[in-house]
Design a protein around this ligand. Structure first.
Ligand code: ZN
Length: 312
């Protein structure tokens, strides 16, 4: 369905990943199961009185089973990012996800920002979410995504200290890359805003997020352009979708059609992020592939030029 030219000679990725089975690209359809954590963290004193938003967010209870049915049909294992509070509040959804063998990854405790508090508090909320995931899934999370893409200069180190294998918040490459933190390496499985369903479908004034609503065909044209470019260049596509957004009828219908198109093409590796992280780690260990490695943190403090100006 792509209209983009395949005739140009350019190969933009210097280190394309050798994907399993000779696949041309990797795709992870990841969902963030935020449910109504969003309204409680946005309005801690008044959340019960935002009933329309709560009803919108609780649509997760209908949408998650639909997604699971879709994945069962295509034999897919995928990754669900979870605020830990949502796991405690809606354990039946967690049980259904685990029963089908999917990965559960960390996404805050109550969808709190990871970069607006002292580092000790950041560590506290991270430990609290890890504890819940261990208790409810039987194993430690392998991956993390910052709520609202929030991450501080400390986050990668805190994740590496706790044994996380990957982050899927950051956006600095087309293929996985590695942050060399003081606590060891952390693999980044990058995504970006084009693959987030809020940008295409969400009109929620109570969250100050007001976008024109696109048709499913318009949004999936964007997603598919990303996937077809990844196929040409050996890249990777990771969605940042939400059951209460993409799980609604017209969109989940379009997702079902997209999966049919992709699986008919037969040359895209659709995998959970823990499997993609394990694959690239194995390729890096044998020398079959070399990730870009970033010394980290990029900045230990704000720019001194600006501090000096403020003091004047
Ligand atoms: Zn989220």
């Amino acid at each position: 369905m792509s209209k983009q030219s395949t005739a140009n000679p350019f190969r933009w990725i210097d280190n394309p990943v050798p994907w399993p089975g000779g696949a041309k690209a990797a795709l992870a359809i990841t969902f963030d199961v935020d449910t109504d954590s969003l309204i409680h963290i946005a309005y801690p004193d008044r959340s019960p009185d935002f009933l329309a938003s709560i009803s919108w967010l609780k649509y997760d209870e209908l949408a998650v089973p639909r997604l699971l049915e879709l994945y069962r049909h295509y034999g897919l294992k995928q990754t669900f990012f979870y605020p830990a509070w949502c796991m405690e509040k809606y354990p039946h959804l967690v049980e259904a996800i685990l029963k089908d063998g999917h990965e559960i990854a960390a996404h805050g405790y109550l969808h709190e920002a990871a970069n607006d508090k002292p580092v000790e508090e950041q560590a506290y909320w991270l430990d609290r979410q890890v504890e819940v995931i261990k208790r409810l899934t039987g194993k430690a999370p392998r991956g993390w995504r910052g709520p609202l893409y929030s991450a501080s200069q400390h986050t990668p180190r805190l994740l590496a200290e706790r044994g996380f294998l990957y982050d899927s918040t950051l956006m600095g490459d087309d293929v996985p890359y590695v942050l060399e933190t003081a606590a060891g390496p952390l693999t980044v499985l990058p995504t970006h805003h084009a693959m987030d369903d809020w940008a295409h479908f969400t009109h929620a004034h109570e969250f100050n997020y007001v976008m024109p609503i696109r048709s499913p065909d318009e949004a999936f044209a964007v997603y598919d352009a990303e996937l077809q470019a990844a196929r040409r260049h050996g890249g990777m596509v990771i969605t940042v979708w939400h059951p209460f957004v993409t799980g609604r009828l017209s969109r989940v219908d379009r997702l079902a059609d997209w999966l049919a198109e992709i699986t008919a093409q037969g040359d895209v590796w659709i995998a959970a992020l823990e499997d993609i992280a394990a694959h690239v780690a194995a390729c890096a260990a044998t020398g079959a592939w070399a990730p870009r490695r970033h010394a980290f943190p990029y900045y230990a403090e704000p720019l001194p030029e600006l501090r000096q100006k403020a003091a004047e």
